[in-house]
Design a protein around this ligand. Structure first.
Ligand SMILES: O=C(O)c1cc(=O)[nH]c(=O)n1[C@@H]1O[C@H](COP(=O)(O)O)[C@@H](O)[C@H]1O
Length: 274
């Protein structure tokens, strides 16, 4: 099963568009876990176990592991998800972007070392830099388009001339993603929940292509607006990520139960507007 098929199974058979982001900050892990052999892994396995039936994907962010010399724990964690929850795709959030030869190594890192099902990439060095990822035809290549942060305006909203007409740069990226880059059918895009109008514009351009939508929860994006703007006619097509709001719902002994409660409330709210 490739990345898109795995998402479709989760969207339809498991009735969920929610993605739980795995962004472990050692300063925020519940204090009582310090008694365990490996507090970080115990924390993340507990979050995964308590939310797996509610998600369409998990999304570990690589910087939270590499910053603390914990890449081996990232490998262990992805293995844990594949072994215990087969069918739930893992998105490695790495936002890579580099010349082709180096991108080949980043693609190997994501898909062969970490065995991720999809990876986030930055397209702003040009289409050739995406080729090494696109060649893995059963893997998802998730291209930054209209990011959730306010500074995304700096470049992504700039008008660019295309065939005599002007359009914002992020829309040109969406056109490229839906055409030239998608010959293997494995491309999707990142559009922030914080920008529903842009979500609607991108959906118009890309048809049914999956969208990774971060920005609800801690970043304050409006769930209703995001779902209504970004969904496909069949009420899916979205991987809506929340990280901190779920991971750190409680720092007490009940952290996993509280994480589940927030995840369930978020899944339910999303489904209300599909
Ligand atoms: O690619 C991403 O996942 C991403 C793109 C984007 O535009 N905005 C964004 O917040 N993200 C990631 O999504 C997660 C959001 O985390 P929370 O704000 O805690 O829900 C972080 O891992 C970000 O790095």
């Amino acid at each position: 099963m490739n990345y898109t098929q795995a998402l479709q199974t989760r969207w339809i058979n498991h009735n969920t568009l929610l993605c739980v982001g795995l962004d472990p900050d050692p300063r925020k892990i519940p204090a009582h876990l310090q008694d365990y052999d490996d507090p970080l892994l115990h924390f993340l396995r507990s979050i995964i176990d308590s939310t797996a039936d509610l998600v369409c994907a998990f999304k570990p962010q690589i910087a939270y592991f590499s910053a603390i010399h914990a890449e081996d724990k990232l490998e262990t964690l992805i293995d844990y998800i594949h072994h215990n929850y087969p069918g739930i795709p893992v998105i490695l959030d790495a936002k890579r972007g580099d010349i082709g030869a180096t991108a080949e190594q980043y693609a190997r890192e994501a898909f062969e070392r970490y065995k991720a099902d999809a990876v986030t990439v930055n397209p702003y060095m040009g289409g050739d830099t995406l080729e090494p990822y696109l060649a893995y035809s059963d893997k998802g290549v998730i291209v930054l388009c209209r990011t959730s942060n306010p500074g995304g305006d700096d470049f992504q909203m700039l008008p660019v001339p295309v065939n005599g007409q002007s359009q914002p740069l992020y829309q040109y990226v969406a056109h490229k993603a839906a055409t030239a880059w998608n010959r293997n059918g494995n491309v999707s895009l990142v559009v922030g929940a914080t920008y529903p109008a842009e979500l609607a514009a991108v959906r118009q351009i890309i048809g049914d292509m999956p969208l990774l939508v971060p920005g609800i929860g801690a970043q304050g994006g409006d769930v209703q607006a995001a779902v209504q703007a970004g969904k496909t006619p069949l009420g899916s097509g979205l991987v809506i990520n929340s990280s901190r709001a779920i991971l750190y719902a409680s720092q007490g002994a009940d952290f996993a139960d509280q994480a589940r409660a927030v995840a369930l409330a978020t899944q339910t709210e999303i489904n209300q507007y599909r």
